[in-house]
Design a protein around this ligand. Sequence first.
Ligand SMILES: [Zn+2]
Ligand SMILES: [Zn+2]
Length: 335
Amino acid sequence: MAGTQRAMVLHAPGQPLRMETRPIPEPGPEQVLLKVHACAVCRTDLHVVDGELTRPKLPLVPGHEIVATVVGTGARVEGFAPGKRVGVPWLGWSCGQCRFCRSGRENLCDTARFTGYDLDGGFAEYTVADARFCFPLPAACRDVEAAPLMCAGLIGFRALRMAGEGQRLGLYGFGAAAHILIQVARHQGRRVYAFTREGDAKGQAFARELGAQWAGGSDTPPPEPLDAAILFAPVGALVPAALRAVDKGGVVVCGGIHMSDIPSFPYSVLWEERQVRSVANLTRQDAMDFLALAPRVPVRTEVQAFPLSAANEALQALREGRVRGAAVLDMTAVG
Ligand SMILES: [Zn+2]
Ligand SMILES: [Zn+2]
């Protein structure tokens, strides 16, 4: 498909994205060409743009929570008719050969490629993606509402699985991921405790609206010990705080790709079989499982939409913690 499109492009970390006119890309043999309808803005995009993740391809089109329709297919692609709506996540390619791929852990693939980091992503009107990493989306979800499912939803879901089956769940940082995950956790019958920045009354009220048992500042101990805590805020000091909030045998899951340094803490905080672990990326199985579950909950996302040209404003709103739910670029919006 010949022609040009608009894209928001990163040329160097620490600089704003630039709106550019670029050729519409050609899909490779295993890729589909996608017309992007919406792309959510993730904290990982901020880490890329701000230079905290240090090896992006440059120039780069960020964005890894893509909702699009197929408009072209490579020679070896089957089962993707033009017009099919798909979602594209952060994991954009895995080798299928390494010991991680062969043991069901393609999220840890030695040569994984990530959308909007190693590969151009969805802050654009068109993009290409490996067909094996494109997923059908729940039909009831509008494009802008489906976009946050693709990372906030499914990496959040992977983190929830790693938190175990405990009933008392803490969520630190009540942004895009937590606002989806609380709905899944409530559906599973768990009690959710939401921790926000100190004094963030709006964030705490939002958490209560979505069914949090309790909401408070991240320095405040919850009213009962937790079985597990998931950290979405990229603040290392929350790791010992969360360890102090979990009961014996409790687990603290770090859900982000980057975090400030973790301060030292006495061993007694970890003692009694408490655990700290991180969650990295996602597998295709996570995506299929979560996208099947989401309409049964049903997950309803709250989004703040921006036109493509306002991608920098969307990133700034996220940086300042001003977004209620998820920020999403809406390619059909004028601007
Ligand atoms: Zn993400
Ligand atoms: Zn691999």
